[in-house]
Write a protein that binds this ligand. Structure first.
Ligand code: AMP
Ligand code: GLY
Length: 392
């Protein structure tokens, strides 16, 4: 396995080698894939999908898992995703789309509070403001309109869940449900982040609700993509609000979620490569994926100042005292080597992930492991998985 560009975590894996090229440089990625004779390219993050790296790889004859740029607009543009859902009757919050301040303010004046204001493009979790006051909504509107189109959206009440499926030419193969924690602080306080921790399975996506999401969101999406001439072979991630009237889509990603992926991969028993290759080639997918019944939980360790202004370059201590096993693994996100040691190199630095028989055991094990790792100002939430704990 080759990782572009990879990180010190992937470099340490037994069958993995990093290639120091930019994943956004389509020509270099195509050339490297042919030179190395790879049989499958899986595109992980959103930026190369939105930039059309899949298109370039496919044109060159390679098997690719990850949608073309035209379909990746589902993640790259909130307005595109909302219009697409509206055209196909996919459940989502009511909204308006604006490019000018005056009509946006007029629309805003007629909405009730709180109200949600979203920047159209990729913003790594920073393009969403939940405004409790008219003034806060207007401030976000003005700020986001300076970058491009804005979506103003009805605030939905409920509990969030993450539902990811493999979509391949109209076929839908769901992954297990999971739940992210978007806010920086304990008790869901503080600013939105890319995600501070996740676990799977989650009570909010039990068998009945998962089946509903498959039927009401994923199957109609797979059909709609085909109907609109947007062939799709890749992961489709639905960020959902489970409301009193059922699941509603908050956002789509055209990839796996971070940090949802870490617990999902700890639980996956099926051969991921075989499934991704079948999807990339347009072959039939298996009827279901197999999962370990245990609970997997990931706690993100973040840099001081994250999400607004993460402070990087700090030495990471204690990681060498942790040991990857079948039930515990520290995944790297933003790390890099410097003078033979590891330093922080991104807002979210590490994902401490464990597999355990229960939520309380998973929390105890994950936090014991996280306790071994430190750098000045390291941030983490102390309550990952709280919604899965028995309510007393
Ligand atoms: P998004 O990037 O669109 O998923 O938004 C980021 C986060 O903002 C979501 O995970 C929710 O916590 C929150 N959010 C977004 N849209 C809404 C909405 N319409 N109602 C309530 N919360 C929302
Ligand atoms: N955890 C949400 C995301 O990956 O965007």
């Amino acid at each position: 396995m080759l990782c572009v560009p990879g990180n010190p975590g992937t470099a340490a894996e037994a069958k993995c080698r990093n290639l120091p090229i930019s994943p956004l440089d389509a020509a270099s990625v195509v050339a490297a894939a042919h030179a190395e004779g790879v049989s499958l390219v899986v595109i992980g993050p959103e930026a190369p999908l939105v930039a059309g790296v899949s298109d370039a790889l496919r044109r060159s004859g390679l098997a690719v898992f990850g949608p073309n740029a035209a379909a990746a607009r589902l993640e790259g543009s909130k307005a595109f995703a909302k219009e697409f859902m509206q055209r196909h009757g996919i459940p989502t919050a009511a909204y308006g789309r604006f490019t000018e301040l005056a009509p946006a303010l007029a629309f805003l004046a007629q909405q009730s509070l709180p109200i949600v204001v979203k920047a159209d493009g990729l913003a790594a979790g920073k393009g969403v403001v939940i405004a409790e006051t008219q003034a806060a909504a207007e401030e976000a509107l003005q700020r986001f309109l300076a970058w491009g189109p804005v979506v103003i959206e009805e605030f939905l009440y409920g509990e969030e869940g993450s539902f990811i499926a493999i979509i391949a030419d109209g076929q839908v193969l769901p992954l297990a449900g999971s739940q992210d924690h978007k806010r920086l602080g304990d008790g869901d306080q503080g600013p939105n982040t890319g995600g501070m921790g996740a676990y799977s399975p989650t009570p909010i996506l039990d068998a009945a609700m998962s089946e509903r999401v498959r039927r009401e969101v994923m199957q109609p999406m797979a059909r709609a993509l085909q109907a609109e001439g947007l062939p799709y072979r890749g992961f489709l991630y639905a960020g959902l609000m489970i409301t009193d009237s059922g699941p509603k889509v908050l956002e789509f990603n055209c990839r796996l979620g971070d940090p949802e992926t870490q617990p999902l991969l700890m639980r996956l028993e099926s051969d991921l490569f075989a499934v991704l290759q079948a999807a990339a080639l347009g072959n039939p997918l298996p009827p279901a994926l197999h999962w370990k019944p245990e609970l997997a939980l990931c706690v993100v360790l973040a840099a001081p100042g994250y999400p607004d202004a993460p402070q990087l370059g700090q030495a990471i201590r204690g990681l060498e005292t942790t040991l990857d096993t079948a039930t515990a693994k520290v995944f790297h996100a933003g790390t890099r080597t410097q003078d033979g040691g590891l330093v922080t190199a991104g807002g979210r630095v590490l994902g401490v992930t464990v597999l355990a028989p229960s939520i309380s055991a998973a929390q105890a094990q994950a936090y014991a492991l996280a306790d071994k790792i430190r750098w000045p100002g390291m941030q983490l939430r102390h309550d990952i998985g709280w919604r899965a704990r028995p309510r007393t």
